[in-house]
Structures are given as structure tokens and as C-alpha cells.
Design a protein around this ligand. Structure first.
Ligand SMILES: *Cc1c(COP(=O)(O)O)cnc(C)c1O
Length: 368
């Protein structure tokens, strides 16, 4: 069958993309399962079950200027971020989630035929956005313990002249931290290293944000979606070297960050101490969840997560089948069926009652 002529007008490298697997909206799922939304235990997307600090809703309710376009330079938000992370605002660019910044970096650097390095299993957006930009994605698989294979990355960088390297630390979905020696080695490569710290607030180690100030080839990405609990409002930010900031200012959409996201971000930063307390609660719950998972015969939990989730290998039964059984009980977890993640599920850290419901369900699933 001939393709319709209008379709032939599409950009050829975009026309062959596969559709991004859609996620069933929460309300639709709730209706399908016949379980009220407030009773669903949602542990599938690493959202913060405590939501934003109360000051966010108050600031949004009070804000008088929703009829006015946002500040294209986001000066108030960037100043607040600079004070929070301890680098000059001149290095900080907010985005509509960290996801927008991943896409911006891909479009800024990559033309069809260029290469990027990805270290799967990891966050899916690096490969997705790189392919959108027409680039070739050089997948350098992680080792069995999910640490990146630094020598193989270095070899790929040098032989294939990759322009960008994406690495998450803590990594999603394995939860591991990228150690200093590995980072030093990567920063010596002739490419721009994008270090995604979406979960750094949950780690026992300090952020690498300060290192951007003395490395021209390091970008660090952060977000308000996880620790700050405003995933639905879409707010992230990047810390970039000065030369790259100059390019990004020319390139970015003037109104990429909406006023509500900006107001919510500033309110969150004013109450960073409260967010830190919620993070401490979630970290304590992560330990409890891990101990309970480790006691179950049907689950092999990956130890040492530095993020707000735990990756688990399911033994003795099919992980997809387990995910669907949990779903019928109103408990949502993320299932994977990808290389390096065979028969795995990822469980976000929730409230104590979520852990109890999950563990009770897993015990029942495991029973006669
Ligand atoms: C959730 C997540 C993000 C996305 O952050 P947004 O700010 O919500 O776009 C980025 N990177 C990783 C590794 C994530 O898991």
C-alpha cells in the first residue's frame, strides 16, 4: 500500500518513530478497577506520596497574576534556586520538568547521524529524545550490579565520537550512585556529560552540582517532581557551564516554565526544611520496605537504593503477572521487560501504610 502523500512530507527521521507507550491515567485506572482513587496505592512512578508542602497550595491560591505571561528569564526562581543549591543563578536554567531539558540538550547538540551514549538499564527519556533528534543511541549496558561500564563508555566515546553522555545518579530504576572515580574518568572524555540527579535528595552522598563550576563539559539536571512532590506541575532545572548557558538562552522557548510551576517552586524552596523532613521520612521508610521485601522468598530486592524506589527481581513467577495481580488489589508498581531487567518490578517508597498494604499483598500472592 502506498503511503498517503501528505505523510511523505514528514521529517523522514521522525516518520519512523514508534509511539511512546502511553500510561493509563490514574482516574481511568481507578474506574476500571472499581477502586476509589484515594484507596489506590500508587507506587509505580516515584511520586512523593506526601505531595507538596502546604505553602505551595497557599502561594498558588494567593498569586494575583495568572493573566500575565511568565518572566522568560525566570529571575526570581533562578535566584531562589541559586541560594538553595549554592551556585550563581547565571548557571541555572529551569525547564518544564527535567524532561524538557533533556530534550533541549538533544536538540541543541544532535543532528541526524550524531551519536549519544546511554547506559541501560536506565531512564527511558535519554534514548527517546536522542532518537527524536535523529541521533544514534550507543547503548553501553551496565554490569550485573548495575554500575556503568566506564571502560566501555570511554571506548564508545572515543571510537564513535559521541557528543553527549547521559547518566543518572542515583540511577533509575536500579537506585545506585555513580562514584567519584567513575565521574572523574567520564569528565575526561571529549563529550558533554549530562548527570541526571532527579533523586539526589534521597541519596546519602552530596550532589555534584558544585562541580559544574569547574568543568566545561558537565551538566547536572535536578527536578521538583520527586522530593518536592510537584510532578504534576512540571518543574525541573539544569546547572550548566557558562558557555552552554549562552547557547541555551538563544534556543529556549521564552515561556517554557509556566507561572504556576514557578510560584510553586519558589514556595517549595522557602520551605526546603519541610521537604528535607519528608525526605528523611521516606528514607526511613525505604529501609523498612527493603527489610520487608528482603524477607520475602519470591522477591530479590536490589540492595542499597539511594533513591525513593527499590528494584526487585521476581523469582518463581512471572513479574508481569505479579504486577497485574497487585493492580487488581489496587496496588500499582512498575513492571519491566527489557534487557538487564528480566522479570523485574520497581516499587516506589510510599507511606508506611502503603508498605504494609504492599507487603500484605505480596505475602498473600506468595501463599497457597
Ligand atoms: C522522574 C525522572 C526525571 C523527570 O523529571 P521531570 O522533572 O518530572 O521531568 C528525570 N530523570 C530521571 C532519572 C527520572 O526518574
Amino acid at each position: 500500500m502506498n503511503p498517503p502523500p501528505l505523510r511523505a512530507l514528514l521529517n523522514p527521521h521522525l516518520a519512523d518513530l514508534e509511539e511512546y507507550a502511553p500510561i493509563e491515567p490514574f482516574e481511568v485506572l481507578s474506574a476500571r478497577l472499581g477502586i476509589p482513587a484515594e484507596r489506590i496505592v500508587k507506587l509505580d512512578a516515584n511520586e512523593n506520596p506526601y505531595g507538596p508542602v502546604p505553602a505551595v497550595a497557599e502561594a498558588l491560591a494567593r498569586h494575583p497574576h495568572f493573566h500575565i505571561y511568565p518572566d522568560p528569564r525566570q529571575s526570581m526562581l533562578r535566584d531562589a534556586l541559586g541560594a538553595f543549591i549554592g551556585v550563581p543563578a547565571a548557571h541555572i536554567l529551569p525547564g518544564q520538568g527535567a524532561d524538557e531539558l533533556i530534550d533541549s540538550l538533544c536538540r541543541l547538540f544532535l543532528a541526524p547521524g550524531d551519536a549519544v551514549i546511554n547506559a541501560p538499564p536506565t531512564f527511558g527519556m535519554y534514548g527517546f529524545d536522542a532518537r527524536l533528534a535523529g541521533a544514534e543511541v550507543l547503548d553501553v549496558p551496565r554490569r550485573d550490579d548495575f554500575t556503568p561500564d566506564i571502560e566501555a563508555i570511554a571506548a564508545a566515546a572515543e571510537t564513535r565520537r559521541a557528543k553527549l553522555l547521559f547518566l543518572a545518579s542515583p540511577n533509575n530504576p536500579s537506585g545506585g550512585w555513580l562514584d567519584d572515580d567513575a565521574l572523574d574518568r567520564l569528565l575526561a572524555l571529549p563529550l558533554v556529560a549530562v548527570l541526571d540527579e532527579a533523586y539526589v535528595e534521597f541519596a546519602d552522598y552530596p550532589s555534584r552540582v558544585p562541580r559544574v563550576l569547574d568543568h566545561d563539559n558537565l551538566v547536572v539536571l535536578r527536578t521538583f517532581s520527586k522530593a518536592a512532590g510537584i510532578a504534576g506541575l512540571r518543574l525541573g532545572y539544569g546547572i550548566f557551564p557558562e558557555w552552554l548557558m549562552r547557547e541555551l538562552w538563544k534556543f529556549k522557548q521564552p515561556y517554557n516554565v509556566n507561572v504556576a510551576a514557578s510560584v510553586a517552586g519558589i514556595a517549595s524552596l522557602r520551605h526546603a526544611d519541610r521537604i528535607a523532613a519528608v525526605v528523611a521520612t521516606l528514607k526511613a521508610e525505604r529501609s523498612r520496605l527493603y527489610e520487608m521485601l528482603a524477607s520475602l522468598p519470591g522477591i530479590e530486592a536490589v540492595p542499597g537504593s539511594q533513591a525513593n524506589f527499590i528494584l526487585c527481581r521476581v523469582v518463581r513467577r512471572d513479574a508481569r503477572d505479579l504486577k497485574l495481580s497487585l493492580e487488581r488489589r489496587g496496588i500499582l508498581v512498575r513492571h519491566y521487560d527489557k534487557p538487564g531487567l528480566d522479570n523485574c518490578i520497581r516499587i516506589s517508597v510510599g507511606r508506611p501504610e502503603h508498605t504494609d498494604a504492599l507487603i500484605g499483598a505480596l505475602r498473600a500472592e506468595d501463599g497457597p
